[in-house]
Write a protein that binds this ligand. Sequence first.
Ligand code: ADP
Ligand code: TRP
Length: 321
Amino acid sequence: MRILSGIQPSGRLHIGNFFGAMRQHLQLQAEHDCFYFIADYHALTSNPTPADIAGHILDVAMDYIALGLDTEKTIFWRQSDVPEVTELTWLLSCITPMGLLQRCTSYKDKVAQGLAPNHGLFAYPVLQAADILIYKSDLVPVGADQKQHIEVTRDIAIRFNNNYGRVFTVPEGHIIEAVAVVPGTDGQKMSKSYGNTIGIFEPEDSIRKKIMRIVTDSTPVEEPKDPDKCNVFALLKLVASPEELAEWENKYRNGGMGYSEAKKRLAELIIDYFKPFRQKRAEFENDVAYVKQVLAGGAKRARTVAAETLAEARKAVGLGA
Ligand code: ADP
Ligand code: TRP
Protein backbone atom coordinates (compact mmCIF):
# COMPACT_ATOMS: atom_id res chain seq x y z
CA MET A 1 0.00 0.00 0.00
CA ARG A 2 1.28 3.49 -0.83
CA ILE A 3 1.15 5.92 2.08
CA LEU A 4 1.69 9.65 1.61
CA SER A 5 1.75 12.62 3.94
CA GLY A 6 2.96 16.21 3.90
CA ILE A 7 4.38 18.20 6.78
CA GLN A 8 4.37 21.99 6.74
CA PRO A 9 7.72 23.60 7.53
CA SER A 10 6.33 26.10 9.98
CA GLY A 11 8.78 25.94 12.89
CA ARG A 12 10.49 23.48 15.19
CA LEU A 13 8.34 20.42 15.84
CA HIS A 14 6.80 19.86 19.27
CA ILE A 15 5.79 16.75 21.18
CA GLY A 16 2.15 17.22 20.09
CA ASN A 17 3.31 16.84 16.48
CA PHE A 18 5.35 13.80 17.44
CA PHE A 19 2.70 11.85 19.35
CA GLY A 20 -0.14 13.12 17.14
CA ALA A 21 1.37 12.52 13.71
CA MET A 22 5.08 11.81 13.28
CA ARG A 23 5.16 8.69 15.39
CA GLN A 24 2.48 7.12 13.20
CA HIS A 25 4.29 8.22 10.05
CA LEU A 26 7.48 6.58 11.27
CA GLN A 27 5.74 3.37 12.38
CA LEU A 28 4.08 2.92 8.98
CA GLN A 29 7.49 2.73 7.27
CA ALA A 30 8.13 -0.86 8.33
CA GLU A 31 5.22 -2.30 6.38
CA HIS A 32 4.40 0.14 3.63
CA ASP A 33 5.68 2.11 0.75
CA CYS A 34 5.92 5.59 2.31
CA PHE A 35 6.12 8.96 0.56
CA TYR A 36 6.65 11.89 2.97
CA PHE A 37 7.36 15.43 1.92
CA ILE A 38 7.93 18.89 3.33
CA ALA A 39 5.03 21.04 2.12
CA ASP A 40 6.90 24.26 1.37
CA TYR A 41 4.58 25.45 -1.42
CA HIS A 42 1.75 25.21 1.11
CA ALA A 43 3.78 27.12 3.70
CA LEU A 44 4.10 30.07 1.29
CA THR A 45 0.35 30.71 1.68
CA SER A 46 1.10 32.37 5.02
CA ASN A 47 3.92 34.53 3.55
CA PRO A 48 6.90 33.55 5.73
CA THR A 49 10.12 35.48 5.24
CA PRO A 50 12.53 33.80 2.79
CA ALA A 51 15.02 33.19 5.62
CA ASP A 52 12.38 31.64 7.86
CA ILE A 53 11.03 29.21 5.31
CA ALA A 54 14.51 28.13 4.23
CA GLY A 55 15.48 27.51 7.86
CA HIS A 56 12.27 25.69 8.70
CA ILE A 57 12.60 23.32 5.75
CA LEU A 58 15.99 22.16 7.01
CA ASP A 59 14.75 21.99 10.61
CA VAL A 60 11.83 19.73 9.74
CA ALA A 61 14.06 17.57 7.56
CA MET A 62 16.60 17.14 10.39
CA ASP A 63 13.84 16.43 12.90
CA TYR A 64 12.31 13.69 10.76
CA ILE A 65 15.61 12.05 9.87
CA ALA A 66 16.83 12.18 13.49
CA LEU A 67 13.57 10.66 14.76
CA GLY A 68 13.95 7.61 12.55
CA LEU A 69 12.92 8.32 8.99
CA ASP A 70 14.30 5.46 6.91
CA THR A 71 16.17 7.39 4.24
CA GLU A 72 16.76 4.26 2.12
CA LYS A 73 13.24 2.93 2.02
CA THR A 74 11.01 5.95 2.48
CA ILE A 75 10.87 8.61 -0.20
CA PHE A 76 11.39 11.95 1.58
CA TRP A 77 11.58 15.23 -0.33
CA ARG A 78 10.77 18.87 -0.53
CA GLN A 79 7.46 19.53 -2.31
CA SER A 80 8.84 22.37 -4.46
CA ASP A 81 11.56 20.13 -5.89
CA VAL A 82 8.80 18.43 -7.89
CA PRO A 83 7.23 21.34 -9.80
CA GLU A 84 5.03 18.90 -11.78
CA VAL A 85 2.67 19.08 -8.83
CA THR A 86 1.86 22.73 -9.59
CA GLU A 87 0.97 21.91 -13.19
CA LEU A 88 -1.34 19.17 -12.01
CA THR A 89 -2.86 21.68 -9.58
CA TRP A 90 -3.89 23.76 -12.59
CA LEU A 91 -5.47 20.82 -14.41
CA LEU A 92 -7.38 19.95 -11.25
CA SER A 93 -8.35 23.59 -10.57
CA CYS A 94 -10.19 23.71 -13.85
CA ILE A 95 -12.60 20.98 -12.73
CA THR A 96 -12.88 22.03 -9.08
CA PRO A 97 -16.17 23.77 -8.33
CA MET A 98 -15.83 27.03 -6.41
CA GLY A 99 -18.47 25.80 -3.97
CA LEU A 100 -16.27 22.87 -2.94
CA LEU A 101 -13.50 25.27 -1.86
CA GLN A 102 -15.90 27.78 -0.34
CA ARG A 103 -17.08 25.07 2.02
CA CYS A 104 -13.57 24.39 3.35
CA THR A 105 -13.30 25.50 6.95
CA SER A 106 -9.51 25.83 7.11
CA TYR A 107 -9.53 28.89 4.80
CA LYS A 108 -12.11 30.63 6.97
CA ASP A 109 -10.28 29.62 10.17
CA LYS A 110 -6.94 30.90 8.93
CA VAL A 111 -8.41 34.22 7.77
CA ALA A 112 -10.16 34.56 11.13
CA GLN A 113 -6.75 34.03 12.79
CA GLY A 114 -5.41 37.00 10.85
CA LEU A 115 -3.75 35.44 7.78
CA ALA A 116 -4.02 37.46 4.57
CA PRO A 117 -6.86 36.05 2.45
CA ASN A 118 -4.75 35.36 -0.66
CA HIS A 119 -5.67 33.09 -3.57
CA GLY A 120 -3.08 30.48 -2.56
CA LEU A 121 -4.71 30.08 0.81
CA PHE A 122 -8.09 29.62 -0.85
CA ALA A 123 -6.79 27.17 -3.45
CA TYR A 124 -4.67 25.29 -0.89
CA PRO A 125 -6.87 22.15 -0.96
CA VAL A 126 -6.40 21.78 -4.74
CA LEU A 127 -2.62 21.79 -4.32
CA GLN A 128 -3.05 19.21 -1.56
CA ALA A 129 -5.22 17.09 -3.89
CA ALA A 130 -2.47 17.28 -6.54
CA ASP A 131 0.10 16.17 -3.92
CA ILE A 132 -1.93 13.12 -3.09
CA LEU A 133 -3.11 12.19 -6.59
CA ILE A 134 0.17 12.69 -8.46
CA TYR A 135 1.74 9.87 -6.42
CA LYS A 136 -1.36 7.63 -6.69
CA SER A 137 -1.49 7.35 -2.92
CA ASP A 138 -3.81 4.83 -1.26
CA LEU A 139 -3.76 6.16 2.29
CA VAL A 140 -3.07 9.56 3.77
CA PRO A 141 -2.30 9.57 7.50
CA VAL A 142 -3.07 13.04 8.85
CA GLY A 143 -4.68 14.61 11.88
CA ALA A 144 -8.43 15.16 12.12
CA ASP A 145 -8.00 18.81 11.05
CA GLN A 146 -7.11 17.58 7.55
CA LYS A 147 -10.09 15.30 7.07
CA GLN A 148 -12.00 17.78 4.93
CA HIS A 149 -9.02 18.18 2.62
CA ILE A 150 -8.92 14.45 2.01
CA GLU A 151 -12.63 14.49 1.17
CA VAL A 152 -12.02 17.33 -1.30
CA THR A 153 -9.22 15.24 -2.85
CA ARG A 154 -11.52 12.27 -3.28
CA ASP A 155 -14.19 14.46 -4.85
CA ILE A 156 -11.71 15.98 -7.31
CA ALA A 157 -10.27 12.57 -8.25
CA ILE A 158 -13.72 11.12 -8.90
CA ARG A 159 -14.71 14.12 -11.04
CA PHE A 160 -11.53 13.95 -13.08
CA ASN A 161 -11.85 10.21 -13.64
CA ASN A 162 -15.52 10.59 -14.64
CA ASN A 163 -14.81 13.43 -17.06
CA TYR A 164 -11.64 12.15 -18.69
CA GLY A 165 -11.29 8.44 -17.94
CA ARG A 166 -9.59 6.86 -15.00
CA VAL A 167 -6.20 8.38 -14.28
CA PHE A 168 -6.20 8.72 -10.47
CA THR A 169 -6.39 6.35 -7.56
CA VAL A 170 -9.14 7.61 -5.26
CA PRO A 171 -7.41 7.62 -1.86
CA GLU A 172 -9.27 5.81 0.86
CA GLY A 173 -10.62 7.91 3.68
CA HIS A 174 -8.79 5.86 6.35
CA ILE A 175 -7.48 8.88 8.08
CA ILE A 176 -5.34 7.91 11.01
CA GLU A 177 -6.63 10.05 13.81
CA ALA A 178 -4.26 11.40 16.44
CA VAL A 179 -4.04 9.08 19.46
CA ALA A 180 -5.36 11.91 21.55
CA VAL A 181 -4.96 15.61 21.56
CA VAL A 182 -1.70 16.34 23.36
CA PRO A 183 -2.23 19.22 25.81
CA GLY A 184 0.18 22.12 25.96
CA THR A 185 1.60 23.70 29.12
CA ASP A 186 -1.57 25.79 29.55
CA GLY A 187 -3.92 22.82 29.08
CA GLN A 188 -5.19 23.86 25.62
CA LYS A 189 -4.22 21.74 22.57
CA MET A 190 -0.45 21.99 22.19
CA SER A 191 0.07 24.20 19.16
CA LYS A 192 2.70 26.63 17.99
CA SER A 193 -0.09 29.17 17.49
CA TYR A 194 -0.80 29.14 21.23
CA GLY A 195 2.80 29.43 22.43
CA ASN A 196 2.28 26.46 24.79
CA THR A 197 4.55 23.91 23.17
CA ILE A 198 7.31 21.67 24.46
CA GLY A 199 9.78 21.30 21.59
CA ILE A 200 11.13 17.84 20.87
CA PHE A 201 14.66 19.15 20.61
CA GLU A 202 14.66 22.25 22.77
CA PRO A 203 17.40 22.47 25.43
CA GLU A 204 16.84 20.09 28.34
CA ASP A 205 16.73 22.89 30.89
CA SER A 206 14.10 24.73 29.00
CA ILE A 207 11.99 21.52 28.81
CA ARG A 208 12.30 21.18 32.61
CA LYS A 209 11.27 24.79 33.18
CA LYS A 210 8.26 24.54 30.90
CA ILE A 211 7.09 21.32 32.51
CA MET A 212 7.34 22.80 36.01
CA ARG A 213 5.03 25.57 34.78
CA ILE A 214 2.30 23.25 33.42
CA VAL A 215 -1.08 24.42 34.65
CA THR A 216 -2.63 22.20 37.35
CA ASP A 217 -5.50 22.73 39.79
CA SER A 218 -4.96 23.82 43.38
CA THR A 219 -5.80 20.56 45.18
CA PRO A 220 -3.58 20.46 48.32
CA VAL A 221 -0.79 17.88 48.46
CA GLU A 222 -2.49 15.57 50.96
CA GLU A 223 -5.80 15.31 49.07
CA PRO A 224 -6.66 12.75 46.35
CA LYS A 225 -6.40 14.01 42.78
CA ASP A 226 -8.15 13.02 39.55
CA PRO A 227 -5.51 11.90 37.01
CA ASP A 228 -8.00 12.15 34.16
CA LYS A 229 -8.33 15.89 34.69
CA CYS A 230 -4.60 16.56 34.96
CA ASN A 231 -2.42 17.89 32.12
CA VAL A 232 0.69 16.40 33.70
CA PHE A 233 -0.88 12.94 33.81
CA ALA A 234 -2.05 13.28 30.17
CA LEU A 235 1.61 13.78 29.20
CA LEU A 236 2.84 11.02 31.51
CA LYS A 237 0.59 8.63 29.58
CA LEU A 238 2.66 9.26 26.47
CA VAL A 239 6.07 8.49 27.95
CA ALA A 240 5.72 6.34 31.11
CA SER A 241 5.70 2.52 31.00
CA PRO A 242 2.30 0.95 31.83
CA GLU A 243 3.64 -0.17 35.24
CA GLU A 244 4.93 3.26 36.13
CA LEU A 245 1.74 4.90 34.91
CA ALA A 246 -0.31 2.62 37.18
CA GLU A 247 1.88 3.71 40.13
CA TRP A 248 1.27 7.37 39.34
CA GLU A 249 -2.42 6.74 39.03
CA ASN A 250 -2.42 5.29 42.56
CA LYS A 251 -0.41 8.20 43.90
CA TYR A 252 -2.89 10.64 42.41
CA ARG A 253 -5.92 8.83 43.78
CA ASN A 254 -4.47 8.16 47.22
CA GLY A 255 -3.43 11.74 47.97
CA GLY A 256 -0.13 12.73 49.57
CA MET A 257 1.49 13.55 46.23
CA GLY A 258 2.19 17.09 45.03
CA TYR A 259 2.02 17.96 41.34
CA SER A 260 5.64 19.06 41.37
CA GLU A 261 6.71 15.48 42.09
CA ALA A 262 4.85 14.27 39.00
CA LYS A 263 6.22 17.16 36.94
CA LYS A 264 9.83 16.40 37.85
CA ARG A 265 9.43 12.79 36.79
CA LEU A 266 7.61 13.82 33.61
CA ALA A 267 10.49 16.09 32.62
CA GLU A 268 13.01 13.27 33.08
CA LEU A 269 10.88 10.81 31.11
CA ILE A 270 10.42 13.22 28.20
CA ILE A 271 14.11 14.07 28.12
CA ASP A 272 15.07 10.37 28.21
CA TYR A 273 12.52 9.46 25.55
CA PHE A 274 14.07 11.83 23.01
CA LYS A 275 17.71 11.56 24.15
CA PRO A 276 18.97 9.16 21.45
CA PHE A 277 17.29 11.26 18.75
CA ARG A 278 18.76 14.47 20.17
CA GLN A 279 22.28 13.11 19.66
CA LYS A 280 21.50 12.21 16.06
CA ARG A 281 20.00 15.60 15.39
CA ALA A 282 23.14 17.31 16.64
CA GLU A 283 25.14 15.26 14.13
CA PHE A 284 22.93 16.44 11.25
CA GLU A 285 23.27 20.05 12.33
CA ASN A 286 26.95 19.65 11.59
CA ASP A 287 26.29 17.93 8.30
CA VAL A 288 23.63 19.91 6.48
CA ALA A 289 25.07 18.68 3.19
CA TYR A 290 23.93 15.17 4.10
CA VAL A 291 20.41 16.37 4.84
CA LYS A 292 20.25 18.22 1.53
CA GLN A 293 21.50 15.13 -0.23
CA VAL A 294 18.72 13.00 1.30
CA LEU A 295 16.10 15.52 0.11
CA ALA A 296 17.62 15.71 -3.37
CA GLY A 297 17.66 11.90 -3.67
CA GLY A 298 14.05 11.74 -2.52
CA ALA A 299 13.02 14.43 -4.99
CA LYS A 300 14.56 12.47 -7.85
CA ARG A 301 12.60 9.34 -6.97
CA ALA A 302 9.37 11.28 -6.35
CA ARG A 303 9.73 13.19 -9.59
CA THR A 304 9.85 10.05 -11.69
CA VAL A 305 6.47 8.97 -10.33
CA ALA A 306 5.00 12.50 -10.59
CA ALA A 307 6.12 12.99 -14.20
CA GLU A 308 4.41 9.76 -15.27
CA THR A 309 1.10 10.68 -13.66
CA LEU A 310 1.25 14.22 -15.01
CA ALA A 311 1.81 12.88 -18.54
CA GLU A 312 -1.27 10.66 -18.17
CA ALA A 313 -3.36 13.57 -16.89
CA ARG A 314 -2.21 15.92 -19.69
CA LYS A 315 -3.06 13.27 -22.27
CA ALA A 316 -6.46 12.64 -20.68
CA VAL A 317 -7.49 16.32 -20.92
CA GLY A 318 -6.24 16.61 -24.50
CA LEU A 319 -2.84 18.26 -23.98
CA GLY A 320 -0.85 15.12 -24.57
CA ALA A 321 -0.07 15.23 -28.26
P1 ADP B 1 0.39 23.26 15.15
O1 ADP B 1 -0.98 23.13 15.79
O2 ADP B 1 1.47 23.38 16.16
O3 ADP B 1 0.40 24.34 14.10
P2 ADP B 1 0.30 21.52 12.87
O4 ADP B 1 -1.10 21.94 12.57
O5 ADP B 1 1.41 21.95 11.98
O6 ADP B 1 0.65 21.90 14.40
O7 ADP B 1 0.29 19.95 13.01
C1 ADP B 1 1.05 19.02 12.27
C2 ADP B 1 0.55 17.63 12.62
O8 ADP B 1 0.69 17.37 14.05
C3 ADP B 1 -0.94 17.45 12.31
O9 ADP B 1 -1.13 16.17 11.72
C4 ADP B 1 -1.63 17.54 13.64
O10 ADP B 1 -2.80 16.77 13.70
C5 ADP B 1 -0.56 17.02 14.63
N1 ADP B 1 -0.70 17.73 15.92
C6 ADP B 1 -0.38 19.03 16.15
N2 ADP B 1 -0.62 19.38 17.44
C7 ADP B 1 -1.12 18.28 18.05
C8 ADP B 1 -1.57 17.99 19.37
N3 ADP B 1 -1.54 18.92 20.34
N4 ADP B 1 -2.03 16.76 19.64
C9 ADP B 1 -2.06 15.83 18.67
N5 ADP B 1 -1.65 16.02 17.40
C10 ADP B 1 -1.19 17.23 17.07
N1 TRP C 1 -2.16 20.51 4.72
C1 TRP C 1 -1.34 19.62 5.51
C2 TRP C 1 -1.16 20.20 6.95
O1 TRP C 1 -1.29 21.39 7.14
C3 TRP C 1 0.01 19.40 4.88
C4 TRP C 1 -0.13 18.74 3.54
C5 TRP C 1 0.11 19.32 2.32
C6 TRP C 1 -0.51 17.40 3.30
N2 TRP C 1 -0.10 18.39 1.33
C7 TRP C 1 -0.48 17.24 1.89
C8 TRP C 1 -0.88 16.35 4.12
C9 TRP C 1 -0.83 16.01 1.31
C10 TRP C 1 -1.21 15.15 3.52
C11 TRP C 1 -1.19 14.97 2.13
O2 TRP C 1 -0.84 19.45 7.86
